[in-house]
Ligand binder design. Sequence first.
Ligand code: ATP
Ligand code: ZN
Ligand code: ZN
Length: 802
Amino acid sequence: MIAAVVVDVPSGSVNKTFDYKVPPGLENWAEPGMRVIVPFGPRKLQGFILAVKQSSSVKGIKNITEILDPLPVLTPELIDLGQWLAENTLSFYITAYQAMLPAAMKATYEKFFTVLRPEMLSSEVSVLFSASGELSLNEVTKNHVHLLKKLQELTKTGVLDVVYKVKDKANKKKVKFVSLGNKTEAEELLNQNGKRAEKQKAVISELLSRPPGEYSLQEILHETGASLSSVQSLCKKGAVYIEEKEVYRDPYQGRNIKQTEPLPLTENQQNAITPVLDSIENNEHQTILVHGVTGSGKTEIYLQSIQSVLDKGKEAIVLVPEISLTPQMVNRFKGRFGSSVAVLHSALSIGEKYDEWRKILRKEVSVVVGARSAVFAPFENLGIVIIDEEHESSYKQEDHPRYHARDVAIWRGKYHSCPIVLGSATPALETYARAQKGRYQLAELSSRVHSNPMPEVTIVDMRDELKKGNRSMFSNELMEKLKAGIEKGEQSVLFLNRRGYASFILCRDCGYVAQCPHCDISLTYHKRYGELKCHYCGYKEITPSACPSCSSEHIRFFGTGTQKVEEELAKVLPEARVIRMDVDTTSKKGSHEKLLTSFGEGEADILLGTQMIAKGLDFPKVTLVGVLAADTMLHLPDFRASEKTFQLLTQVSGRAGRHELEGKVIVQGYDVEHYSIQLASQHDYLSFYNHEMKTRKLHQYPPFYYLGLLTFSHLELMQVVEASEKAASFLSKRLSPDSLLLGPVTSPIARVKDRYRYQVMIKYKNEPELRNWFEEIIAHFQKDKSIKDLQITGELNAQTLM
Ligand SMILES: Nc1ncnc2c1ncn2[C@@H]1O[C@H](COP(=O)(O)OP(=O)(O)OP(=O)(O)O)[C@@H](O)[C@H]1O
Ligand SMILES: [Zn+2]
Ligand SMILES: [Zn+2]
């Protein structure tokens, strides 16, 4: 038997399968979709079996070393999907397959020295091998680095050998359980006397007092005060059994989640759910856009659609943007579907994620709620994929494989003949355009549940405030409303748009701004740690007390926006209890949840935060939403700036007045005439859409054109310039007359990690060969020995130009 294996070497020359023999002992075991370890040159590598066959035309093929999985981890569907994914995102097959699995299943490799000719070793070296006969390179570089050179020489002369070992991080958590063994033996023990027997007797009586079964050893030891050794000696006598068993790490353990029942749908909801239910009923793939204003009850539509999928014995995937994957959100699904829900969230530990994923593989759950990569959940009888807040940019992975979860979902929907539901109050322009063209079905929810009014929005021009002599960051109206809210015992949300408002330090004498020495970007000031940090490469330095450029002491820190707002609030509204939520206050595991819970329980009057409070929150007592610096994002070099501003304002405003109490929104900024701010305040998506579509058409941007993007990076500027010019001229000879070629130009962020960045952009409507041309260009430079270390990434449908 022969297995075609794709190996863990992300490189163009090995981006294919290699044939390996399945040794006779493993023939009944090997199946496509399993992870294996195979020899590859001098190394051992992890790989995936993509196919098995009877014969191979390749001569001298080697044996598979080991099969890592008892059952395939990639279903036949995922094997196909991976191929499609790799080809459409210009990634390597191995990268695509790895992206579908939890990180724990990706191997790490370690190098070891072993001894071939022990008689040739000096005692100094020999002693290092005495313990286990081998020595890891890791250990050498850590503790014996002075011997490294010697070890390398010994390897060259054949005294030592180097072997590669594959480490599988996918460990399972095991717990010991104890149960009653031979009953007569146990009862006899109870009649024994002696001090030593006391603890053993306690264990026996404890087990006898409980219903027959097995109990966690830990718990029994704790209850009885017995030691492990007394239980072990009981085990030797046959009075109890100890068994080690695999358990899941459950991050939601011990939590009481209230069970919920389906709500009777409003007429609006009824209309919107109909196309979804039809698609489920008829086993017919449809992509349905549920365009519903904030608070219109989209979640209830998701829940009831899932119920009807489960009733048919099928499975459901719900995607939620990373930052709104809050416990509140998860509870909505766990509350309805209980333990049949698995959660895949990046805040889980590697082990927890692996355990949740295995519940899916073993069919122990039928609903998955998760962030982007949950779209690869290995269900085999998929009945629906729901993408909540479908416009969110986090659904696009900006690293290999550069996939969009929406595209993957639709691929899977076609495969399983099931509906894909895209939900949003502010759909991406691309999505709405497709719905208007009839490529997607459109379901509109134009009012809130029970006709709660949309909150009234007031826009405040902060330039006017300044003219009136108000120098604070809060307008008079916002101050008044905040105060009134506290008096009435209602709650407020203050949102600071932090994008484009990053905190930095500035010298007031010479204008110096601290920059990252490796990237063309200013350093972000973290007050808490007294540090300046680069968000692109992680570079850090201590904040200077004087200007590094002119030695002036007039250096000013523009503290994290939210910190500054918090300080201001404490001055002008000392009575307010404030909870601040931003990257600094939520970096510890669980802190995000804690803060939200305490706000929900009324322990604060004001929730102050960044992007992370914009979405999904549903608190009945919130009546006021204040938006500070609504316009900062408009000035980013991003053709989606207006769209993102509109989306964000709509989302934040949507947090107010969702229940009985009426809501009010105050939006502050300097460039408030902009249509995206004006139209967001009128809750007018359609006018925004029409306006923005005109702009996009005029400037030839998506959805009228696709953006093909080639990004080049290298340590030397000349190399990037030359390579990108070559690529541009290659493309210009081939592109159809309808396509536009722009560049090469420097990327908006011109340098990252000391590498200069250039890009070539192609705006196109139909260019079927573009993928092949990109591949040709990438392959050409990979072979070109005169340019080392040039990095090129290609994208056929880029979402941003950064
Ligand atoms: N049919 C219904 N009857 C009564 N209450 C409902 C019904 N449907 C939804 N609700 C309630 O209305 C509120 C808003 O619904 P939901 O949070 O699903 O809105 P949404 O459309 O997802 O809003 P957003 O886009 O802001 O997240 C929730 O508290 C929900 O429990
Ligand atoms: Zn200075
Ligand atoms: Zn940097």
